[in-house]
Each structure stands twice: as structure tokens, then as C-alpha cells.
Design a binder for this molecule. Structure first.
Ligand code: NCD
Length: 307
């Protein structure tokens, strides 16, 4: 039995197969309508979510399966003090697979260690968010036709943004990837990413605080929200929350072939006037998130691809 806790749990080859399956799902959706008949996914969300939880549920429903779960810690027995280990033992009796989001880093790993069903990490604290990364990889591959040879600008809260940490981990496995890490000094990527991932693997990167200067160099601009819930004090959040706002004027500095991604939710960091720019890909990214989760559920449940 396999889990997905970290984007590196799948090899590059396995990710390529998963994205091929997701792309087949995109183009032949009706063919997949019953491949998970009778299967259930439990969505265990101890932290707020709209897209991730609903996209897992939509994915399972589109495969013919059903869904159960909770959308906040308050509405589960966690509020009575139940441990993640006990909860997952019980969920294993109710469902065939589960997706868990938790504010504590490592909680999905604890769950996996006590589970008899596949566990998917749907975001653990400021740590990892592997299914967002699969979504991002599918979006980039669909837009650019490749996952190698590109300059990726990551902008905003690179310290607490788990989507950024997972995406860097995943992209460094492809050839000729260069990063521009754009953030205020207080929100730079954590040292373990800079030292153990980027430097250790000899990846070309620079850290910058000016978005305008970076724009002309980018193939992909990945915008992120300043993660209010992970700040220790509100004053710092207020000072930093609007550090970057992508607007039409900034988009003029970018290549015609650059695409803008964002895991969403957006707060202020992308002005709504950018939404109509053909290079704004963040709503297409949401749609890819459903196909990729359908492919992931099938893969972890070892469901055969229909002919
Ligand atoms: C992200 C997350 O939860 O980390 N959202 C998502 O799952 N699409 C990004 C965020 O909350 O800023």
C-alpha cells in the first residue's frame, strides 16, 4: 500500500505516468465515470480549505465513488482530544482512501503509520502540499509542453508557503531549471530548502526582492498569498501582506509566453485586472487539480485504466 506524503514519494517516471493519466482523463472524462464505483474517500480537514477538499470530493464523485469526512477540527472528535493515530484507525474501517489536511507538520505521516488505507497529505502546516504540486506540474506541462529548461519565479511568502516548498522539491529533479525567489527578506525560503535542496543539488537560483526586475526573465511566475495564519504577530502580517501586487503594468514587463500560476486563495497579490490576460493561468490550474487528483486516487487504489 502506498501513501502520498511528499512530492518525492513518486519518482520522476511515476509522476510522468500520473500526469499522462490525468491528461487522458481530461480528454476522455466519461470513460472514467465508473472506475471507482463502490469506493469511498474520507476527507479529514483539520484546517480551512475550499479548493483542495472540494477537488478531492469532486474527483472521487467523477470516478463514480462517494465521499465522507469533516471540514474543520471543531466538528470532529479532535475537539474532544482524540489523536490523529486513533482517528485514522477508525477511518480505515469507513473508507478506502483518505486525504488529510492538518496544521501540524508531519500529522499525515503519523496517520500513514497507523493506517490500513492510503493516506494523501493535503497540506501539513508550513511543510508540504504534494497534490498542489502535482496540479502545478500538470499545469506547467500543459501550458509549456515541458517540465525542463525554464526559469521559474516564486513570489510572495516563500517562508511559510508550503506549496512553494513542495514545488521546489519537485522541480529540482528536472534538467535545466532556474529559480528566481522573490520575497521580502523576512519571508525568504527556509534555510533547509536553500541549503539542502537548492545548493546541495547545484541548482541555479537567485534571491531577489524586486518583482519588476525579475519579470522579463520568467517562463513561469508562481504568485503566493502571505500566510496570515502562520505569523506570530498581526503587525508583521499587516506590514508584509501587500508586499507584491501583480497588476497590468507589471504584466507589461513579462514575456508574451510567460504564464502566471497561483495555488489560490488570492487575497491582494494579483489584481483582478490581470484575470483577463491570456497569460493568467490560475483558474485553469484549478481545473487541472481535479484531473490530477482523479489520477492520483486511481493510482493509489490500483484501479486499472479503462480501455
Ligand atoms: C494553498 C494551501 O493551502 O497551502 N491553497 C491550496 O491548497 N490551493 C495555498 C494557500 O493557502 O495560500
Amino acid at each position: 500500500m502506498r501513501h502520498l506524503l511528499n512530492p518525492l514519494d513518486f519518482s520522476v517516471e511515476e509522476i510522468s505516468q500520473l500526469l499522462d493519466l490525468a491528461s487522458d482523463i481530461e480528454h476522455h472524462l466519461p470513460k472514467y465515470a465508473h472506475v471507482c464505483d463502490g469506493k469511498k474517500i474520507a476527507t479529514l480537514f483539520y484546517e480551512p480549505s475550499t479548493r483542495t477538499r472540494l477537488s478531492f470530493e469532486s474527483a472521487m464523485l467523477s470516478l463514480g465513488g462517494s465521499v465522507l469526512g469533516f471540514s474543520s477540527a471543531d466538528s470532529s472528535s479532535a475537539a474532544k482530544g482524540e489523536s490523529v493515530a486513533d482517528t485514522i484507525r477508525m477511518i480505515s474501517c469507513y473508507a478506502d482512501i483518505c486525504a488529510m489536511r492538518h496544521p501540524k507538520e508531519g500529522a499525515p505521516l503519523v496517520a500513514a503509520n497507523h493506517s490500513s488505507i492510503p493516506v494523501i497529505n493535503a497540506g501539513d502546516g508550513g511543510h508540504q502540499h504534494p497534490t498542489q504540486t502535482l496540479t502545478d506540474l500538470m499545469t506547467i506541462r500543459s501550458l509549456l509542453g515541458r517540465l525542463n529548461g525554464m526559469t521559474v519565479g516564486l513570489c510572495g511568502d516563500l517562508k511559510f508557503g508550503r506549496t512553494v516548498h513542495s514545488l521546489i522539491n519537485a522541480l529540482v529533479r528536472y534538467p535545466d531549471i532556474r529559480f528566481i525567489l522573490i520575497s521580502p527578506p523576512e519571508l525568504r525560503v527556509p534555510e533547509y530548502i536553500r541549503e539542502d535542496v537548492l545548493k546541495a543539488k547545484n541548482i541555479e537560483f537567485k534571491e531577489a526582492d524586486n518583482l519588476d526586475e525579475a519579470m522579463p526573465e520568467l517562463d513561469i511566475l508562481y504568485m503566493t498569498r502571505v500566510q496570515r495564519e502562520r505569523f506570530f504577530n498581526e503587525e508583521d502580517y499587516i506590514r508584509l501582506k501587500d508586499c507584491y501586487i501583480l497588476d497590468k503594468a507589471k504584466m507589461k514587463l513579462a514575456r508574451e509566453t510567460m504564464f502566471v500560476l497561483h495555488p489560490l486563495p488570492r487575497v491582494n497579490e494579483i489584481s483582478v485586472e490581470v484575470d483577463s490576460d491570456p497569460r493568467a493561468a490560475y483558474f485553469r490550474q484549478v481545473q487541472y487539480g481535479v484531473y490530477v487528483r482523479m489520477a492520483l486516487i486511481m493510482t493509489l487504489l490500483e484501479v486499472e485504466k479503462p480501455c
